[in-house]
Design a protein around this ligand. Sequence first.
Ligand code: GLP
Length: 264
Amino acid sequence: MKVVILDSPAEVARYGADIFQQQLKRKPDSVFGLATGSTPVQLYRELIERNRAGDISFGAVRSFNLDEYMDLPPTHPQSYRYFMNSEFFDHIDIDPANTRVPPGDAPDPIAACEAYEQAIGDAGGIDIQLLGIGRNGHIGFNEPTSCLTSRTRVKTLTRETIADNARFFAEGEHQPHLSVTMGIGTIMEARLVVLLATGASKAAAVKAMVEGPVSAWCPASILQMHPAAVVIADEEAASHLSDPGFFKHIEAENQAMLARLGRA
Ligand code: GLP
């Protein structure tokens, strides 16, 4: 697991956007795994700007989102489909037909989850998976105690996650307690995983993910087993790590090596 610690959320967004830009350069028809939540919004804005500037194109990209609330139609302002359209897809040159979000309102959710897995496989698998992290260490909506080899399925949200996400729902508005989420096994099959973490509220989860035992109690800790996982954290999110200076040293050495090779 590579851990990059940067000064601010804006730098985290730029560093993450650079990874996506490099991926598009390598493979213009990449398959993206995308995430919702407040953390990736700045990264999406970076990518929108670069798309507008003509530096990158999403014309050949296909995308699969991580998760969706159960029983919210895609037109609901709190649905993750609505979020992705308004925060990202509506502002870039991606073909909307090439964007998928797990169906939260499918008449047969179990069949819909199987079809989602099938569609990811048919697309050739996910090249680069973007993740945020919940305060309790969840990735997607894979809450603590999730099976570490799970596939796309219906998941009950913890009371903590429901409380954390209540800020997005109006007083008295129906807030789902169930979700449809890619599984941890699904996420682990992505060729490259990029997890963003910003703010002090994520510090304990980041420490458990990076230093803790690999445990279903912190689902993100499974990324220790991923051959190409990058955690990009700001100072606050990294503040509980035992030795943040070590990761900064490694990154400085990496950058120096890339400069020597003329690849910086
Ligand atoms: C939500 C999403 C996750 C996201 C997490 C953190 O519940 N299902 O994919 O990473 O919470 O959200 P935020 O970035 O707003 O802190």
